[in-house]
Design a protein around this ligand. Structure first.
Ligand SMILES: Cc1cc2nc3c(=O)[nH]c(=O)nc-3n(C[C@H](O)[C@H](O)[C@H](O)COP(=O)(O)OP(=O)(O)OC[C@H]3O[C@@H](n4cnc5c(N)ncnc54)[C@H](O)[C@@H]3O)c2cc1C
Length: 379
C-alpha cells in the first residue's frame, strides 16, 4: 500500500493535520494506537482558548497562539463547535506581584494580544466579586471550548476530504528508502503491515520523541527528548463554583513551568482547579501516569485560597490528571514548540512535532497549517 501523507497519532494535532493534509489534496492516512481518537493529552487539559500573552515574543507559541485565538472562534462558529469567550483575569495578590503582572501585560502587547486591560483592585472586584487581588490583567479574548467536539469536527472534516483512519494501530518503525518511507505498523492482534508513505507527520504527543528515534534520529543530539510533567485537577463544589464566572489565573511560575493553579470552567459550568506540576520519574510505567494522588488537596487549597478565599477543603474533590510533554528536565529554560521538517537529517518529508504542550489545543489548526506549508515547500 502506498499513500502520500501518513499521520501518526490521533490527538487534536494529528486530527487537524489529517484535515489540512486531505484538504490540500494529499491522500492521507492517520494511525492511532488506541481504539478511538483523543484518549491522551487532548482530553486531559483545561480546555482553554489561550490568548498568547505568556510566550516569548517571536516564538512559535506566541505567533501561532495569537493567530489561533483570532481564527478559532470564527472556525468553531462555522463548524458548530461550542466555545465561550468568557475572559480571564490574571491576578496579583501581593504588592510584590505587581511588577511581574505589569511585565506580563507588556509582553501581551508585544505579542499583539488584543483586548488587554489593566485593572486595579476595585475594578477587578466589580468583575469578580469573590476574587481577592490588588491588581489584575483582564484578557477578554481568552475563552473555553469543548475539546471533544473540536476533535470530532477535525475528524469529520478530514473524512469529508477523503482521509482514512486506522485505530488500534501502532506505529512501530520506519526508514527512508528510495525517496519514500517504509513504515511498519502493528495492530492489536499483533499483525505487522508495511506501507509506503511520501510524507510522515509525527503527531504522537507524549511518544513523539520515541517515534522520531524510531526513524533513526538521535533525540539527545536533536534536543527532542521529552520529560513528562504531570498536572492534577480538583473539581469545585457547585455552591462555590457558581461564585465565579471568569477563568482566574495567578502570576505564572518562573520560566513558565506552569501557568499556575487556576480556575477552569467547562461547558456545563463546572469549575475545576489545576493543574499543578510535577516531573514524573521516568521509571513510572505509563499505566500509572494518570492515577490520582489525593495527598495534594491542602496544597491546592492554599494556592487558590490566596485569591479565592471563600474556598474550603470540603469544596474540592479529585478530578483528573494530565501529562505535559516537556522539552526540558530543569526549570531553567522556556522551550518553544518544535515543528521540524527533517531534510537536514536526510529524512526529507518527515515532519516531527515535539513538545506540543499548552497552548497546543488552541494552536492545533495553526500547527497543522504550518506543517502542510513545510510539506508543500519540499513537494
Ligand atoms: C494539564 C494540561 C493542561 C492543558 N491545558 C491546555 C489548555 O487549556 N489550552 C491549550 O491550548 N492547551 C492545553 N494543553 C495542551 C494540549 O492539551 C496539548 O498541546 C494537545 O492536546 C496535544 O495534542 P497532541 O495531538 O499533540 O497529543 P495527544 O493528545 O497526546 O495525541 C497523541 C496521540 O498519539 C498517539 N500515539 C502515540 N504513539 C503512537 C504510536 N506509536 N502509534 C500510533 N499512535 C500513537 C497517542 O495514543 C495519542 O492519541 C494542556 C496540556 C496539559 C497536559
Amino acid at each position: 500500500m502506498k499513500i502520500e501523507v501518513l499521520v501518526i497519532g490521533g490527538g487534536i494535532v494529528g486530527l487537524s493535520c489529517a484535515a489540512e493534509s486531505a484538504k490540500n489534496g494529499f491522500s492521507t492516512l492517520l494511525v492511532e494506537r488506541h481504539e478511538s481518537f483523543g484518549q491522551e493529552t487532548s482530553s486531559r487539559n483545561s480546555e482553554v482558548i489561550h490568548s498568547g500573552i505568556y510566550y516569548q515574543p517571536g516564538s512559535l507559541k506566541a505567533k501561532l497562539c495569537v493567530t489561533a485565538n483570532h481564527n478559532l472562534y470564527k472556525e468553531c462558529e462555522r463548524s458548530g463547535v461550542w466555545t465561550k469567550r468568557c475572559g480571564k483575569l490574571i491576578v496579583a495578590v501581593t504588592q510584590e506581584e505587581r511588577k511581574p503582572l505589569e511585565e506580563l501585560y507588556k509582553r501581551g502587547l508585544a505579542n499583539g494580544v488584543g483586548e488587554l486591560v489593566l485593572l486595579d483592585a476595585i475594578q477587578a472586584k466589580r468583575i469578580e466579586p469573590y476574587i481577592k487581588c490588588c491588581a489584575a490583567i483582564y484578557v477578554l479574548s481568552t475563552g473555553i471550548i469543548d475539546s471533544h467536539q473540536l476533535m470530532k469536527s477535525y475528524l469529520s472534516e478530514a473524512k469529508s476530504f477523503g482521509a482514512d483512519f486506522a485505530f488500534n494501530v501502532n506505529f512501530v518503525g520506519g526508514e527512508r528508502k528510495n525517496y519514500l518511507f517504509d513504515v511498519r505498523l502493528r495492530d492489536t492482534d499483533g499483525h505487522l503491515t508495511t506501507l509506503e508513505a511520501e510524507y510522515v507527520i509525527n503527531a504522537a504527543g507524549l511518544q513523539s520523541d520515541k517515534v522520531a528515534q524510531a526513524f533513526g534520529i538521535n533525540i539527545d543530539t536533536a534536543g527532542y527528548r521529552l520529560h513528562y510533567n504531570r498536572g492534577h485537577y480538583y473539581s469545585v463544589s457547585p455552591s462555590k463554583g457558581k461564585l465565579i464566572s471568569h477563568l482566574v489565573y495567578p502570576i505564572p511560575l518562573k520560566h513558565l513551568v506552569s501557568v499556575g493553579i487556576h480556575t477552569a470552567i467547562d461547558k456545563a459550568g463546572r469549575v475545576r482547579l489545576g493543574p499543578d506540576h510535577e516531573y514524573l520519574d521516568q521509571s513510572i510505567p505509563e499505566i500509572d501516569w494518570y492515577k490520582f494522588d489525593d495527598t495534594r488537596k491542602e496544597k491546592f487549597l492554599k494556592a487558590v485560597q490566596s485569591y479565592f478565599p471563600a474556598l474550603q477543603l470540603s469544596d474540592l474533590s479529585p478530578d483528573q490528571v494530565g501529562v505535559r510533554p516537556k522539552l526540558k528536565g530543569s526549570e531553567s529554560e522556556v522551550k518553544d514548540f518544535i515543528i521540524q521538517e527533517e531534510s537536514v537529517k536526510g529524512l526529507s518529508g518527515l515532519v516531527n512535532l515535539i513538545g506540543i504542550e499548552s497552548p497546543g489545543l488552541t494552536c492545533a489548526r495553526e500547527i497543522a497549517r504550518e506543517v502542510i506549508r513545510r510539506i508543500v515547500d519540499i513537494s
